[in-house]
Design a protein. Structure first.
Length: 167
């Protein structure tokens, strides 16, 4: 049941050195690209980083990106800023694609964690430089993927007092 995937997903920051199979990476990217998108603009592009040295360089950009060095695969979600029909919703579109990727990673038996780049301008700039990203693309965020080193129990976050029903 899909609810089990959603309610049991947790952020994973500790990974085994086991490589992630290309089929699983493709499944995650396919799920990401199925995300809803305002005006169907689909502003996302993805970089798949497996190179250990480059993952280490990216992890060093900010102290908050440590898991990028240890994960098997690093997905960099970017926004195509040159072909936008509307910039107003493009960040939301990239966030939804990222969430789809996180859920599919969990469904594939992988651990994953999202690490934010946007809206921190220095992170976006430094990540673009590290990846030699062409003009017109802006890094949005990172998704670290790998086999989890330890099991983490999910926390149920539903709070009925945050739901307001209008009949």
């Amino acid at each position: 049941m899909k609810d089990d995937i959603i309610l049991s997903r947790t952020s994973c920051r500790d990974f085994l050195p086991t490589p992630v199979e290309d089929e699983k990476i493709t499944a995650i990217l396919r799920a990401a690209m199925q995300a809803p998108s305002a005006l169907n603009q689909q502003p996302w592009e993805f970089f798949v980083v497996k190179d250990s040295f480059l993952k280490g360089e990216i992890a060093a950009i900010t102290p908050y990106w440590g898991p990028a060095k240890e994960c098997s695969v690093l997905l960099v979600v970017c926004k195509d800023i040159k072909n936008l029909k509307s910039n107003s919703f493009s960040d939301i579109d990239c966030a939804m694609a990222s969430e789809n990727a996180l859920l599919e990673a969990h469904a594939q038996g992988l651990g994953a964690v999202y690490l934010g780049a946007a809206p921190k301008e220095e992170r976006v700039r430094d990540l673009a430089l590290a990846l030699d990203i062409k003009a017109g693309l802006a890094p949005f965020g990172l998704i670290c993927l790998g086999y989890p080193a330890k099991k983490k129990e999910p926390v149920i976050r539903y709070l009925a007092n945050k739901v307001h029903v209008i009949d």
